[in-house]
Ligand binder design. Structure first.
Ligand code: ZN
Ligand code: ZN
Length: 135
């Protein structure tokens, strides 16, 4: 089921953060970019999983990582990684943007001096290999 997957290289990303989280005041862990319309959504390790939600809403199955240094693609429909062309720049969120994004929106306070990994051990476990599980 990859025949209807569209990858458009001339569509810039919707922004530097998850479109829905920015609007709703949420936060994300990692960002995924829709290869079809450029929508930026948050990954399945994030609380709201907007990248998956975008796929279910629009039928756009292919995303590319929007993290610096990552250029892999993922097809939600086939649950398989794939290789693809270079998309319209920028190819990732700004390097100096923290991950998880929106530290002012973390569900806990007092994170100063602690890492996101210690605050979210379940996230750390899911991403110990550096790639989110299922996204
Ligand atoms: Zn989101
Ligand atoms: Zn899309």
């Amino acid at each position: 089921m990859t025949s209807d997957a569209t990858i458009r290289t001339d569509v810039p990303p919707s922004g530097t953060g998850c479109a829905e989280c920015l609007g709703a005041g949420g936060w994300w862990f990692h960002l995924r970019r829709c290869a079809d319309c450029g929508h930026i959504g948050c990954c399945d390790s994030s609380p709201s999983q907007h990248a998956t939600a975008h796929w279910k809403q629009t039928g756009h199955p292919v995303v590319q990582s929007f993290e610096p240094g990552e250029d892999w693609f993922w097809n939600y429909e086939t649950e398989q990684g794939l290789s693809g062309p270079e998309l319209a720049p920028p190819g990732s969120r700004p390097d100096d943007q923290p991950a998880p994004g929106r530290p002012d929106r973390y569900p806990r306070t007092g994170l100063a001096g602690s890492t996101a990994e210690s605050a979210f051990p379940q996230v750390s476990a899911a991403t110990s290999d550096g790639v989110c599980v299922g996204c």
